[in-house]
Design a protein. Sequence first.
Length: 358
Amino acid sequence: MDRLVIGSTSRGAGKTSVIVGIGEKLGGAFHYRKPFGDRLVYRRKVARDYDADLLAGIFGLAGNPEEVTIGFEHSKLRYMYDEDGRKARLRQMIPADAAAAGPLLVEAGADLTCGASVHLDAVSLARYLEARLLLVVAGNENDVLDQVAFVRKYVGMREATFAGVIVNKVHDTAAFRETYGPHFERMGMRVLGVVPYHEELTHPSVAFVVERLFGKVLTAEGALGRPVKNVFIGAMSADTALRSPLFRHPGKMIITSGDRSDMVLASLDGDTAAVVLTNNVVPPANIVARAAERGVPLVLVSQDTYQVSAQIDHLEPLLTQEEGTKHELLGRLVGESVQLGELLPGTPAAQVPGKGAP
């Protein structure tokens, strides 16, 4: 049975997206664990990791999402387990039927240091589970080289079997392979994939934004899957907004007060993903009816316009279960860019040709 720990050198490198892509190519025939949770959410009053909940929802994985995570808080984990106890608990997470149901994919925390004080960092996970360690790295070319060189020089890979590196979110993959491939070879770091950047994957859905804002959807619930490509703050008059090139951008989310009827009406006439109505003010009934007719979601929130815009600005655009198009895209990107046969040699479904190595 293949056991693979997926770690990253920095937050946001795309570990979960890579796992979704691998899962798509495996047809959902794999096991998933995330021992150290770093994205706490509550579903039906039960604490879960967001990524664990996502993978379970996309692929219908066996077991409850809350069971794939040991814990979230350092202090609680230190109190509950010593190092031997954590090691034993991790080994209990290896499924008994794994040989018949595909590989075990274990996602580490946000970066290589995450969970180190409680022995749940990526290197420790690979050692305890007798698994190989895959690193996902992203950023500009020099950052990627620095990160990989640091791992090569200072991280104790003697304690874990190193599978290789996947370089994610690369704008020009051919140029990257040609220019930087030799540097990886000289470092002795095997690159198993160079995954191209796709802007589509950076746009959150309306549903994701609504959930994060704790908004109330007034109209067009069926359109919540639309991507939010731009955000426009409607603090000026509608005439001024209509003269702005930004207002004409497709897939925009308008943030304005519910009493700004002129701005809301102007938003309904363009390519608008959604209108966020601030200050808990509902527009007149005729405007709500017009939005429903046009299929534009109106989302009511209690915060003011500045607070909402700040919240959206700091959102990390995470995948959601409903974004099937993105899941399929990730499967295609991973299938075309990553050497899955090298990464998961014991998994027949992974014997798909890839162009991953520089």
